[in-house]
Design a protein around this ligand. Structure first.
Ligand code: NDP
Ligand code: HSE
Length: 458
């Protein structure tokens, strides 16, 4: 590991004067969908309290949307507002101090956020895809201009995990961060397990409730959770982990039968994000890893009872121990709460001067190859019902150096269902044994392969 200091306001003189108490803070809101609408509604509803907390009033001076013709009730609260479909022009206005980006996507928001930062405006964004792909570039631009870049809402919506990592746990050593960070997939898996709703019905409902991304593929394929995992790993391990570094599997292959089988075995299937350190024999961190995949969680584990669109994040820190954060992980109002928290911080700094703590990826740990990551597998196979099959399969695991933790066999006519649960091994070896099993004449079909979370399963 190299240890360099790359912190904060390089290129800036480090002096961040404020506008002065009582001065209005000019705000531009980019996007007025599920989140933007709630941000505007709450700014209006809480305006006098926000003013007291900030030291000056929030003055929303413009909102950018894509379709100027849409009827938007929330605008009745802001009769004088400038509505535009040209976000870049709005950002460029001299009377804008803080830009709130809640459009979504990557390339256009990137242009907008960079333009804002370079023009000396602080930015609040809920956009995990943008941060997970371009944190370095955006953070450099914020440091260069001496302004704030806040993104609490980008991970687990209302749950204050980004600020907690950035401030409250800044003095500790984070070992592992894991949990449920996507509300849509949690809603779908929970509805399928608890009400028997079909996958399609559950996803349509999560979309109707405003939890899903504009393209819900990002949720169900695990991309949204991967972006959040990249952000959490970067912050927790003070290293840069991007979206491309995260191994992501979604829930599209999880069937109602998998959910039933898991239930029968005492597990609940959850889409988990897991960010961890990998160590050498001396206990020194050699690399970090982040992954997202469906995971079997024992029914008695707290994550198993996280239902609907709720999220839960475990942070394990050397001195603090194990912390669990639970709450609303998606939806307009919960996300707007996090955006508003950031807006208060950014606006306060505009009034009083100063900056929030910036990203500091000084540790520069490399990201481990996914094949080297330790995990456990739960393998469900249909096998030929004949003497010696179990012994042959067990021997293959032993030859591969994979230790078996449990085996269960059930008779079904002339076939038999065999479930093998492994102890910890590395991903590469586990994937290879599954490939080998699938080629055996005695294995009719590998029904499912689902990982167990090392911590949750012990
Ligand atoms: P929506 O799709 O509901 O809203 C997007 C908004 O952006 C719409 O108002 C749309 O305009 C506007 N827009 C699109 N293109 C442009 C453009 N070129 N210029 C100006 N405005 C544009 O998204 P959400 O509100 O759900 O999400 C916004 C962001 O917040 C995303 O990054 C998302 O990942 C993040 N987020 C969302 C959460 C949620 O639960 N929904 C939770 C946490 C984060 P128009 O109204 O005219 O179509
Ligand atoms: N689509 C996201 C989710 C929104 O379902 O979790 C919150 O980030």
């Amino acid at each position: 590991m190299t240890s360099q200091t790359t912190h904060s306001a390089e290129g800036h003189n480090g002096n961040y004067p404020g506008k002065g108490i009582g001065q209005p803070v000019g705000v531009a809101v980019l996007g007025m969908g599920t989140v933007g609408t709630e941000v505007l509604r709450l700014i209006s509803e809480f305006s006098s309290n926000l003013e007291q907390r900030i030291g000056g009033p929030i003055d929303v001076r413009g909102v950018a949307v894509s379709d100027l013709g849409k009827r938007r009730e929330v605008l009745d609260l802001f009769p004088d507002i400038a509505l535009t479909d040209n976000a870049l022009e709005l950002i460029d206005r001299d009377d804008i101090d803080v830009v709130v980006e809640v459009i979504g996507g990557i390339e256009y928001p990137r242009q907008c956020v960079l333009a804002a930062l370079k023009a000396g405006k602080s930015v609040v964004t809920a956009n995990k895809a943008l941060i997970a792909a371009h944190a370095d570039e955006l953070s450099d631009a914020a440091n260069e201009a001496g302004v704030d870049l806040y993104y609490e809402a980008a991970v687990a919506a209302a749950i204050p995990v980004v600020g907690t990592l950035r401030r409250s746990l800044a003095g500790d050593q984070i070992q592992r961060i894991s949990g449920i960070v996507n509300g849509t997939t949690n809603y779908v898996l929970d509805a399928m397990a608890s009400t028997g709703m079909s996958y399609d019905e559950a996803l349509a409902e999560a979309t109707r409730l405003g939890y899903a991304e504009a393209d819900p593929t990002a949720d169900v394929e695990g991309h949204d959770a991967a972006s959040k995992a990249a952000i959490l790993a970067s912050m927790g391990f003070h290293s840069r982990v991007t979206y491309d570094d995260v191994h992501a599997e979604g829930i599209t292959n999880i069937t109602a039968e998998d959910i039933e089988a898991a239930k029968d075995a005492g597990f609940t299937i959850k889409l988990l994000a897991i960010c961890e350190r990998l160590f050498d024999d001396a206990g020194n961190t050699t690399s970090v890893a982040a992954r997202v995949h469906p995971t079997l969680v024992p029914n008695e584990h707290p994550l198993a009872s996280v239902d609907k669109s709720y999220n839960a994040v475990f942070v394990e820190a050397e001195a603090a121990g194990r912390l669990m954060f639970y709450g609303n992980g998606a939806g307009g109002a919960p996300t707007a709460s996090a955006v508003l928290g950031d807006l208060v911080g950014a606006a306060r700094n505009k009034i009083h001067g100063g900056r929030a703590p910036a990203d500091n990826p000084y540790a520069h740990y490399p990201v481990a190859d996914f094949g080297d990551v330790p995990t456990r597998y739960h393998i469900d196979m249909s096998v030929v019902d004949r003497a010696g099959v179990l012994a042959d399969i067990s021997r293959r695991f032993a030859d591969a150096g994979i230790s078996i933790s449990a085996v269960r066999q059930e008779e079904h006519g002339d076939a038999s269902r065999l479930i093998v649960v492994t102890h910890m091994s590395i991903e590469r070896k586990l994937a290879a044994i599954v490939e080998e099993l699938a080629t055996l004449d005695d294995v009719k079909v590998v029904n499912s392969v689902i990982r167990l979370d090392a911590d949750a399963a012990e």
